[in-house]
Design a protein around this ligand. Structure first.
Ligand code: COA
Length: 163
């Protein structure tokens, strides 16, 4: 697996992973798939903010990607970033998530951020396990705050102090 910064040519693969997560999982709490323009805007916004998008490349294909962005827009939150990490089906459980998240933590620390947090659907044991394995702790649980696929969803909030 090769870890690198995302380029515009990766956006079709990233879009496919993103929309599949919308369609088939409770990782993203919406039913509305997005057009390529949505990912193009996100790509440009990340570049403008100086926030990374990383990809895990396997045999020339994008196996997954990860990014972080300021958690909330108000100025006082400028040292807190939320991570986002997605592996394509068939590439999970091989350690790629850990490599991506470790690099995100290093980048956020180097950029002077203080806390990284993750909002995770409380039943997502893989994501919670990944984050806990890298030092995130459970900082809150919002019961029944979301609704998808005909059921209520709980949101687990995990945080990690960076520096
Ligand atoms: C969550 C996700 C990013 C994890 O990435 P991954 O590459 O599969 O995870 P890794 O192989 O790097 O595993 C790292 C650690 O995470 C934990 N973990 C991973 N999968 C797990 C699972 N199914 N159950 C419990 N813990 C798990 C383990 O602690 C693991 O360490 P170990 O292998 O030494 O036990 C990936 O499964 C994924 O993309 N899922 C679908 C999208 C998603 O839910 N994204 C997160 C939204 S909040």
């Amino acid at each position: 697996m090769r870890l690198r910064d995302a380029e515009e040519r990766d956006l079709d693969a990233i879009l496919a992973i993103h929309n599949r997560a919308i369609r088939e999982s409770t990782a993203l709490w919406t039913d509305d798939e997005v057009p390529r323009a949505d990912r193009e805007e996100w790509f440009a916004r990340q570049a403008e903010d100086g926030s990374p998008i990383l990809v895990a490349e396997v045999d020339g294909d994008v196996a997954g990607y990860a990014s972080y962005a300021q958690w909330r827009s108000k100025h006082g939150y400028r040292f807190s970033v939320e991570d986002s990490i997605y592996l394509a089906d068939g590439h999970r459980g091989r350690g790629y998530g850990r490599v991506l998240l470790t690099e995100l933590i290093d980048r956020a620390t180097a950029a002077g951020h203080h806390v990284m947090l993750a909002d995770i659907e409380a039943g997502n044991v893989a994501s919670i396990g990944l984050h806990e394995s890298l030092g995130f702790v459970r900082s809150g649980l919002l019961p029944q705050i979301g609704f998808k696929f005909g059921r209520w969803l709980d949101l687990a909030i995990l945080t990690r102090t960076l520096a």
